[in-house]
Write a protein that binds this ligand. Structure first.
Ligand code: UDP
Length: 422
């Protein structure tokens, strides 16, 4: 049953992936962390959330408690479908949410949708389920298509059309960075008055620096130096660049260095990125130096970040880049691509390096500087921790709460005005 202790009730739509999913494979990454962390922080503030997601396995419960005032509700909506085919399930999924709310007598102050598929669900539900609608895109099709990795599949016109519809219709659009806000206004013609920049956060109590030797012992590695990649494996993440950079470093006397790759295939097609990357590593002569460790539980990541000399993020686009923020929170430098999302997390020459290309030699040069100068790496790590301290999920939730209160008040005024005219 819904809790009647709540000051506000929010229907969160996360059709594509669930906040309870294990991270680093399929589509499970930053979006899941965002929904999980915000719902938990809202619960602490007396704001209840019902998070609607699709049932992905017969073992999924119908309802699961995420926090005191937060529930995840698993509804059937096609299993094993890619995100484009999943679009056909949107109307049925929306009907099931409405049916659930009606059955429970649940009344929501706000619809809070994540990613374009859920945005389309919210488009359908908006008039009957809640007075207001806030949307987070997480990534935008047009932005991804602007800088595709070689061989990557462009986002189809369907997604871009739906994102345009959402940009026109949602009451507020929440962007992670100023650049995303400009893209929403300039590329999707969103009303600038309705776009708000609220960056995501990091759990600073979980992501803390750990002594390197202890962290290495914990993850089962000895004294050799480590580079780290963390994320869903898809071309967009540019792991190939990190592998090629490792091969160049090996030629330059850094032959003890290993690259740990954490994460699994982000399946949206038939190709396995893991298999492709293994072939790249073999061809570059470093297959014995790259460890594909699969996805690792979120709470174990501080050991991996702390064990590594450098976290590498050669992404072709990133709307934010939580991994960079987590590495910095563990006081370790990041070498990443100079793309919008990472620019708001990593400061070039301060907490790491932002590389303006995907040239492995440029990455090898920056990583080499840090390997050659541990003091510099340590200094950049310390500065990274300070930068990371500016972001926290508490702060993200605070800012969302203020925005949502304003929305609720506006919706209330609309109701009163309509009543007066009747
Ligand atoms: N992650 C994890 N275990 C893994 C791989 C990734 O917990 O094996 C988490 C990682 O800590 C981060 C998120 O997944 O919080 C990925 O977020 P990011 O913004 O870097 O990438 P996205 O998935 O949004 O593209």
């Amino acid at each position: 049953m819904p809790s009647d202790r709540a000051a506000r009730r929010i229907a969160v739509v996360s059709m594509h992936t669930s906040p309870t999913a294990s991270l680093g494979h399929n589509a499970n990454g930053g979006l899941n962390v965002y929904v999980h962390e915000v719902a938990t922080a809202f619960s602490d503030r007396g704001i209840a959330t019902d998070i609607f997601t699709r049932r992905q396995s017969p073992d999924d419960p119908t309802v699961e408690r995420l926090a005191d005032l937060s529930r995840v509700i698993y509804l059937p909506a096609g299993r094993g479908l890619d995100k484009y085919t999943l679009f056909n399930e949107v109307p049925a999924f929306a009907r099931r949410i409405a049916g659930f709310a009606e059955h429970e007598g649940a009344v929501y102050d706000l619809l809070f949708s994540h990613y374009w598929l859920s945005g389309e669900v919210a488009c359908i539900l908006r008039p009957r389920l809640a007075g207001s609608w806030a949307h987070v895109a997480h990534t935008l099709g047009l932005v991804k298509n602007r800088s595709l990795a070689q061989g990557a599949r462009p986002e189809p016109a369907l997604r871009i059309r739906v994102e345009g519809e959402i940009a026109q219709q949602a009451d507020v659009l929440i962007a992670s960075t100023e650049e995303e806000s400009s893209d929403l206004v300039n590329q999707y013609r969103a009303d600038p008055e309705r776009v708000f920049v609220i960056p995501p956060g990091v759990d600073l109590s979980m992501f803390q620096p750990i002594d390197r030797a202890e962290a290495r012992r914990k993850i089962g590695y000895g004294p050799g130096r480590l580079l780290l990649f963390v994320g869903r494996l898809e071309r967009l993440k540019g792991v190939e660049v990190a592998i090629r950079a490792l091969a160049l470093l090996r030629d330059r006397n850094h032959d003890d260095v290993r690259l740990l790759v954490l994460g699994e295939d982000s399946k949206d097609g038939d190709e396995s990125e893991t298999d492709r990357l293994k072939a790249v590593a073999s061809a570059a002569g470093v297959r014995d130096r790259v460890d594909f460790l699969g996805s690792v539980a979120h709470h174990e990541l501080p050991y991996f970040y702390s064990a590594a000399e450098v976290t590498v993020m050669p992404s072709y686009s990133e709307s934010f880049g939580l991994v960079g923020l987590e590495a910095q929170a563990c006081a370790r430098p990041v070498v990443g691509s100079d793309v919008t999302g990472l620019r708001s997390v990593v400061r070039d020459e301060v907490s790491g390096y932002l590389v303006p290309s995907h040239d492995p030699a440029a990455y090898a040069e920056r990583i080499g500087r840090l390997l050659d100068d541990p003091e510099l790496a340590q200094q950049m790590g310390r500065r990274g921790r300070l930068l990371a301290q500016r972001f926290s999920w508490t702060r993200t939730a605070d800012r969302l709460q203020v925005l949502f209160e304003r929305l609720a008040e506006r919706a209330q005024l609309r109701v009163h005005a309509t009543a007066r005219h009747e």
